[in-house]
Design a protein around this ligand. Structure first.
Ligand code: FEO
Length: 183
């Protein structure tokens, strides 16, 4: 008896997304190592923590594929891009990558909707929420940098950004989650 509850198309797209999350983790890892070598310990720490978060996303998809009785396919992870030119460039690349990742997530939402695979559709809603948080977080970083001068941000602003990011929470709070008791 076939106990696989995922279609071939959805299985393949989920496996692709799993690799995309692993790729994202490598990007954060590589940028984190770059930031550390440039002397930005706080930013590096933030990027390293985020590398772990992306790995968790990868594991979450892997576990979902297995739970639905389908086959996981672990493949090679593309190499991360070359080192950023500056902290501004680093955050811009992080944001671009998150937007690209969101496209993969939306593709899966559309596919699961078309196939009326409501289990996958439901699972993907968690990923959509997570992506919204990640994009917001990346946008906030760019905003902070923008008010410090963007590409021309001075060493003092970068120093204080570095210090702030050491303790910055990894998740951004979304408007729909904010309540009067928990602003
Ligand atoms: Fe797992 Fe940043 O997307």
């Amino acid at each position: 008896m076939d106990t696989n509850r995922l279609s071939k198309t959805i299985t393949s797209a989920l496996n692709d997304q799993m690799t995309k999350e692993a790729h994202a983790s490598q990007i954060y890892l590589s940028f984190g190592a770059w930031a550390e070598s440039e002397g930005y310990g706080g930013i590096s720490n933030f990027l390293f923590r985020h590398a772990q978060e992306e790995r968790n996303h990868m594991m979450k998809i892997l576990e979902y594929i297995l739970k639905r009785g389908a086959k996981v396919k672990v493949t090679a992870i593309p190499a991360p891009p070359s080192d950023p030119r500056s902290i501004h460039d680093c955050f811009e690349k992080v944001f671009e990558h998150e937007v690209d990742n969101t496209k993969g997530i939306y593709k899966l939402v559309n596919m699961s909707h078309d196939e009326q695979d409501w289990a996958t559709w439901n699972f993907m809603q968690w990923m959509v929420k997570e992506q919204t948080e990640e994009e917001t977080l990346a946008m906030n970083l760019l905003d902070k940098l923008k008010i410090s001068g963007g590409e021309k941000a001075g060493s003092e602003s970068l120093y204080s950004l570095d210090r702030d990011l050491e303790s910055e929470p990894d998740d951004a709070k979304l408007a729909q989650d904010v309540t009067a008791d928990n602003p």
